[in-house]
Design a protein around this ligand. Structure first.
Ligand code: GAL
Length: 529
């Protein structure tokens, strides 16, 4: 039966089982909750999160994808399910084709919005989804990008072999199947310029064409890094005076994403630049990118200066994301600062095509700027909190660790379909804090495309605390004008556990120190459009 259901964006509808209905409406007794929340001592504890995927087919990742007509298009539709599995599509725009693994390639002929009906079939069932393809100028990044970046994993020690291995691992470990599609080089790949001024990779990268072709063959996209200054932050060659040439070189290599980092550009501007001076280097590179025949996602990295969120997404820059703070690192303080404090007021500035970027996910095994490979210093609860918060913020989800060494817990953290669907929600409304409670509890909420609301309860305090949503009214401030408010009793689903909790009028639960609970509240009006 299940396989026959019409699968759409947030595929798992809130279906109340009899057991769930019996549990419904009874918020946890507060004494029991307090007892259950006793702070553990000694060994780290792990949050209880769901693991694995069903054998029947499921689609994942973005439900909307943008591109410029006439330019190369490559999108591997993320999906899971027992092999052999066949994906088919109807309604593809003229110029695109799809093979039976769900790899869509070609060049869209005409601008427009296309509704593509996808079907996946295996012996355990089938799944359907509508993928919206939006073709036009500046239509990239309609949901936040998901992928991998080399910086915290290998710093400037990255090589072509490590980058290829990262791409292979995205596929092998099932991350690509969940929507992680960018393999991005950070600083340290640049080997200087040729006599004609063309940027060259260092010997560690050899033939860029070959490396990028490998990543594309995996159905993934490739990102690169530069600076508008003469030097990058790690002292390598920047794009200063060579913007157009660099954009052309990237396009020729097949690059899909550019992170453009302010770095030494600071010596090119006065001590206190005015707004125009802040915008200029990004406008120059945007002009260069627009003049080449390739779609490249434009990521602005200048640490939030001059309120970049107010201008980064607009003409003449058309940035697709911008860092809102300094470099993150794998400590609770950094997660707290970049995630909660820097983003708190920024929800009005994010949306389809342009995202606030609180920096990368501090998960797994990497160098994390320490000079040697080691596991993240975040506790398992802090790791879960970071993923929860980043999804609530509609933030880019960029892993930056040795993907070969992902342990099962970390893998479960970043492959939970229902949690990722919050990040990738096609309405693209960034969450905001709706309540602060004693002991460091914060409640954040964001409305989702299907009429439900995602709500997270975070505990920023040093001790376990009960957090609550006293009534669904608390979530009303995040609803769009005219949206139906959540009233009375509503279905509640725990997204980390992928479990329906029944109908409730309010919610209360213990949250461990630096931990998080993520809920989806309301009835999904899932209609296949
Ligand atoms: C920083 C940037 C980091 C990383 C580094 C490379 O400015 O914020 O994310 O790219 O440069 O040198």
């Amino acid at each position: 039966m299940r396989g026959k259901q019409l699968m759409s964006c947030t595929r798992r509808e809130v279906i109340l089982t009899t057991a769930a209905l019996l549990m419904a409406g009874t918020p946890a007794n507060s004494d029991t909750a307090a007892a259950a929340a006793k702070e553990p001592v000694g060994q780290p504890t792990y949050p209880e999160i769901a693991s694995g995927d069903p054998e029947s087919p499921e689609f994942h990742g973005p439900c909307v994808m943008g591109a410029t007509p006439g330019r190369d298009f490559l999108f591997q539709v993320p999906h899971t399910g027992l092999a052999p599995l066949v994906v088919s599509a109807s309604g593809l725009p003229a110029g695109l084709r799809m093979n039976d693994t769900g790899l869509i390639t070609g060049k869209i002929e005409r601008a427009g919005v296309y509704k593509v009906r996808l079907t996946a079939v295996n012996r355990a069932g089938n799944a359907r989804r509508t993928l919206r393809i939006v073709a036009g100028a500046h239509k990239l990044a309609l949901t936040p990008p998901m992928g991998w970046n080399s910086w915290y994993a290998y710093s400037t020690g990255n090589t072509a072999a490590l980058t290829r291995a990262a791409g292979d691992a995205l596929v092998k470990k099932g991350l690509a199947a969940k929507g992680f599609m960018y393999v991005n080089l950070d600083d340290g790949w640049q080997g200087g310029r040729s006599a004609s001024g063309e940027i060259r990779p260092t010997a560690k990268f050899g033939d860029m064409h070959k490396l990028i072709a490998h990543i594309h063959r995996l159905g993934l996209r490739f990102g690169i890094y530069s600076s508008p200054g003469p030097k990058t932050c790690a002292g390598h060659t920047g794009s200063w005076g060579h913007e157009l040439l660099d954009a052309r070189t990237y396009a020729r290599w097949g690059v899909d994403f550019l992170k453009y980092d302010w770095c030494s550009y600071r010596i090119e501007v006065p001590r206190h630049p005015d707004l125009e001076q802040y915008i200029k280097p990004y406008a120059v590179m945007r002009r260069a990118l627009d003049s080449v025949d390739r779609d490249m996602f434009f990521s602005l990295c200048q640490y939030g200066m001059s309120h970049v969120w107010t201008w980064g997404g607009k003409a003449p820059v058309f940035g697709n994301m911008w860092r809102t703070s300094g470099d993150i690192i794998d400590t609770w303080q950094a997660i707290s600062h970049n995630g909660f404090d820097s983003e708190r007021q920024l929800y009005p500035f994010a949306g389809p095509g342009h995202w606030n970027d609180p920096c990368m996910l501090m998960l797994g095994y990497g160098k994390f700027r320490s000079g040697f490979l080691r596991p993240t210093r975040l506790t398992p609860h802090e790791q879960q909190l970071q993923v929860t918060l980043w999804c609530m913020l509609a933030a880019p989800l960029v892993l930056s660790c040795d993907l070969e060494r992902l342990d099962p817990f970390t893998l479960d953290l970043v492959t939970n379909t229902e949690v990722l669907a919050v990040d990738q929600d096609e309405m693209g409304i960034q969450g905001q804090c709706v309540d602060r409670q004693a002991g460091g509890i914060e409640v954040w909420a964001r409305p989702l495309w299907d009429g439900t609301v995602a709500a997270a309860i975070f505990n920023r305090g040093p001790k376990a605390q009960r957090g609550h949503i006293a009534s669904w009214d608390m979530l009303t401030p995040v609803l769009r004008a005219g949206a139906k408010p959540l009233l009375g009793s509503q279905p509640v689903r725990d997204l980390w556990k992928r479990k329906s909790l029944g109908e409730m009028r309010s919610f209360i639960a213990p949250v461990l120190s630096h931990g998080a609970v993520l809920l989806k509240i309301g009835t999904s009006r899932q209609t296949e459009s």
